[in-house]
Structure formats: structure tokens, C-alpha cells
Design a protein around this ligand. Structure first.
Ligand code: ATP
Ligand code: MG
Length: 334
């Protein structure tokens, strides 16, 4: 195995507009981890097409997600930023992993169950085999660490199982067993309309999420309308945990301030939601407004974005083709 102690891969789907969950669960952590790790960050458009995407909108959203990486503080010079579909080795390794992973393993994936719902006979095969492509995204770069939100923990466990089975089937140690990095206070940001549902790009209600492209007024309105219960804010963390909407807003507040949730609960114990919501809006605006401005600037500089992605594709392709050659040789594909 190549002796590298710290290499990251992580991706975000261009399946819609980026929201606060993507930022706090993933991108904000990418920004702090880039100092310590060699990083590959990609826009995972092959994952997005596991459900129907309008081709024109998909192209546009792909550019927007790449721009959001940069606008949030990822340095495109230091890290490799690219679009997954432009590097064919991901799909190639995913096929090999389809032949390594077991049906029983994939049948246990809760994201498939959540996304397919009652429609499981009629969704794409890609939606079912999504986790083997995710394993390939990570392992084609021999990544050792994967920063993700809590919802991806099970897929990471599957990636580890695939790496282990491959290494043991082929008597090799080529693949590292990658570690999830689930960091910060807000590893699972919930919908602003329903504290029991994950904040998600695919939720039909715009009021369920704060977008990185939201204006000050939109943020204020969404937080004002965010569902809460009629009681004042909880006195302690145990009570807070029993109140899904309250703990969600307190968690967002804590994550944006790099605080423990307990500390946020203590700061607002027994206070009214009106004051807390005002403070939370201000905090969100202070964090999101610079990103939104930078997104607008990058939107007007498509040439820059194109150059960054082309450079990233070249770097990703170089690394992944060297690894793919070794993997094919191990499997006996010649
Ligand atoms: P979709 O609804 O299309 O699956 P999504 O909002 O879940 O979109 P993804 O592109 O699937 O976004 O995920 C990108 C990253 O954001 C992943 O690391 C994921 O774990 C993280 N993430 C997504 N939603 C949340 C959330 N609500 N809280 C924390 N992290 C999240
Ligand atoms: Mg998702």
C-alpha cells in the first residue's frame, strides 16, 4: 500500500441548491481540513443522475456546487477540485466493486429505503448501487479520511467493508480502510419545518432549508417562520433533546459559533424564541452573506471556474489512472 497517512476525498451532489446542512455537515469541515490533508473534492454528478435531472439544470448546478466550494473557502490552488463524470476511473472501479459488494450489504442501506420509499420497484438500479460508486470515488484515490454528514455514516461503513473484502479476496493491501470524519456540532441539520426530517436539497419546501444563496431577507423570513414549540427555550441539554425543533436551531447556532451544543443551551436557557431567532438570523447572515457574494462574483467569472475544473480533472485523472492500472492488474483485467 502507498504510504500516505492523510488523504481526503469528499463529494457533493449537484442535485439542487446547497443548503446549511451541506455547509455545516460537510463543506465547512472541508475548509478547516484542507490545511492538514491532501484533498480531492468533487461534484458528484453521476450520483445526482440516480434520480431524474434536467440536463440543462444539471450542468448549471454542477458549476454552482464547484463555485460553492471555492466561495466557502476551499483553496482551488492547493486542493484538487473536479467533476466526477469527467474522470472515468470512478465508474470503472464502481463496476469492479459491484462484483465485490454483496446484495445483502446493499439491501441494508437506509438511504436507499428512504429515497425509494414505497416506489422501490420503480426507482433506478443506480439509486440502489449508489454506495458502490461512492466507495469507488473514495478508494480510487486511496483516500484515508472522508469528511461527511452523519447521514453518510452507513455508506462509509460499506466502503470499509468493500475495501476489506477486496484486500482479502485478492490478498493485497492496496486499499486503506478509510475513516469517516463526522465533525462539528451540526452533523445532521434538520428541516426548519419538521425537526424529525433531514434538511435536504430534495425537500419540496424552500422554507425547510437555508440556502447558501439566500439573501438577508430570505434568511430572516425563514428563521422567523421556522417551526418551534410554544415553550421558552430549554434549561438543559436533556430537555432540549426531547424537543426536535428547539435542539435543531440550538445546534445550528452552536455549529456556526464553533461551540458545544451544551454551551448554546446554557446561553439561552429559559429565554424566549423571539430573541434567540433574531440572534440566530444575524449569525446566519454573518456566515452566509460573504459566501453568497462570492458565489455571485464567481457566477460572473465562468472562465476562471472552467480553468479550475480542467486543472482539477487533469490532476484527478493522473492519480486515478495510476491506481486503476494497479487495481486492474490485481484483479487480472488485462
Ligand atoms: P440529496 O437530497 O439530493 O441527497 P443532500 O442535501 O443530502 O442532497 P448530498 O449531496 O447528498 O446532499 O450530501 C453532500 C454532503 O452534505 C454529505 O457529506 C452529506 O452527509 C452532507 N449533508 C447533507 N445533508 C445534511 C444535513 N442535513 N446535515 C448535515 N450534513 C448533511
Ligand atoms: Mg444526500
Amino acid at each position: 500500500m502507498e504510504k500516505v497517512s492523510k488523504r481526503i476525498l469528499s463529494g457533493v451532489q449537484p442535485s439542487g441548491d446547497l443548503h446549511l446542512g451541506n455547509y455545516l455537515g460537510a463543506i465547512k469541515n472541508f475548509v478547516s481540513l484542507q490545511k492538514e490533508f491532501e484533498c480531492f473534492f468533487c461534484v458528484v454528478d453521476l450520483h445526482a443522475i440516480t434520480v431524474w435531472q434536467d440536463p440543462k439544470i444539471l450542468k448549471q448546478k454542477t458549476r454552482e456546487v464547484a463555485a460553492a466550494f471555492i466561495a466557502s473557502g476551499i483553496d482551488p490552488e492547493k486542493n484538487t477540485l473536479f467533476v466526477q463524470s469527467q474522470v472515468p476511473q470512478h465508474a470503472q472501479l464502481a463496476w469492479i466493486f459491484n462484483c465485490v459488494a454483496r446484495m445483502g450489504w446493499l439491501n441494508r442501506m437506509t438511504q436507499f429505503k428512504d429515497k425509494a420509499g414505497k416506489n422501490s420497484e420503480n426507482v433506478s438500479v443506480g439509486l440502489f448501487s449508489y454506495p458502490t460508486l461512492m466507495a469507488a470515488d473514495i478508494l480510487i484515490y486511496l483516500a484515508t479520511h472522508v469528511p461527511v454528514g452523519e447521514d453518510q455514516k452507513q455508506h462509509l461503513e460499506l466502503t470499509r467493508d468493500i475495501a476489506q473484502k477486496f484486500n482479502s479476496d485478492f490478498k493485497t493491501d492496496i486499499f486503506p480502510i478509510p475513516e469517516p470524519l463526522i465533525l462539528g456540532a451540526a452533523t445532521r441539520v434538520m428541516s426548519l419545518r419538521d425537526g424529525l426530517k433531514k434538511m435536504s436539497k430534495s425537500d419540496p419546501s424552500d422554507y425547510s432549508r437555508i440556502m447558501l444563496s439566500d439573501s438577508e431577507e430570505e434568511i430572516q423570513k425563514k428563521i422567523r417562520k421556522a417551526k418551534t414549540d410554544p415553550l421558552p427555550l430549554p434549561d438543559n441539554i436533556e430537555d432540549a433533546k426531547k424537543r426536535p425543533e428547539a435542539i435543531n436551531l440550538l445546534t445550528i447556532y452552536a455549529a456556526l459559533n464553533d461551540l458545544e451544543v451544551e454551551k448554546a443551551v446554557a446561553n439561552y436557557a429559559g429565554k424566549e424564541f423571539s430573541q434567540f431567532k433574531k440572534d440566530l438570523s444575524d449569525l446566519l447572515i454573518a456566515n452566509i452573506e460573504p459566501i453568497r457574494k462570492e458565489l455571485t462574483r464567481l457566477d460572473n467569472d465562468q472562465v476562471f471556474l472552467k480553468e479550475i475544473l480542467e486543472k482539477g480533472t487533469g490532476q484527478a485523472m493522473k492519480r486515478s489512472s495510476v491506481n486503476m492500472k494497479k487495481i486492474k492488474d490485481i484483479v487480472g483485467l488485462s
